[in-house]
Structure formats: C-alpha cells, structure tokens
Write a protein that binds this ligand. Structure first.
Ligand SMILES: [Zn+2]
Length: 118
C-alpha cells in the first residue's frame, strides 16, 4: 500500500473506490504533486493532470454524446432526404410532360406546314 510522505498515512484497502488512488485519504494531497514518480504509478504522474482519468472519462462521455447525436442526425437525414427525392421525381415527371407536349406541338406544326391539317 502507498504511504503518504506528507502525513505518513498508509493507504488501506477500504480507501480504494472512495478516494482516488492518486490522492491521500487522510490529508488529501496528490501523491504525484508531492514526490517524483518512483514506482509503478510513474506513468500516471506523466499525465498532464492528476485528474487525467476523470478528464478521460469526460471525453469518453462526450464521444458517446457525439456518436448519439450523429446517429440521430443520420436518422433525421434519412427521413428528410426522402422528400427532396420525391420532389425531384415529380419535377422530372413535369419535365417529361413538357417535353411530350412540345413534341406533340412540333408534330402538329409539321402537319399544318405540310397541309395535312387545315
Ligand atoms: Zn497524507
């Protein structure tokens, strides 16, 4: 168990899960701020902050929120994307009808010019 160099308190198993392992349960000092890393927790002290774990947890939560938002956005996109497609289809049908009537007009004009229709 880790012993605090500030107050001499030795960490007890009961402290785990209540007090962060980076913090002294008695005086509340951050171990890594007090002493240079000498043991297996050396990698922890290299983190920018002693609360790096908590920060990482927050980032993870934020990532989940982003993923959920993206899924929602995709769902909304898929629902709304259908109507522009339908609009496009009806527009295309309008154009086809316009082209068709233009063709008929051309036929009629040709018929008048050739004297078939008076
Ligand atoms: Zn202490």
């Amino acid at each position: 168990m880790k012993k605090c160099l500030n107050c001499g308190y030795e960490r007890q198993p009961k402290d785990e899960g209540i007090i962060p392992t980076t913090e002294c349960p008695k005086c509340g000092i951050i171990y890594s701020k007090m002493t240079p890393p000498v043991n297996e927790e050396a990698h922890l002290s290299r983190e920018p902050k002693p609360v790096a774990g908590a920060v990482r947890g927050g980032i993870l939560k934020a990532k989940y929120i982003v993923i959920i938002v993206l899924i929602c956005a995709c769902g909304i996109y898929l629902i709304t994307a259908k109507s522009p497609q339908e609009k496009l289809d009806s527009k295309l049908a309008e154009w086809m009808a316009a082209v068709d009537s233009l063709n008929r007009f051309e036929e009629l004009k040709r018929g008048v010019e050739s004297g078939e229709i008076t």
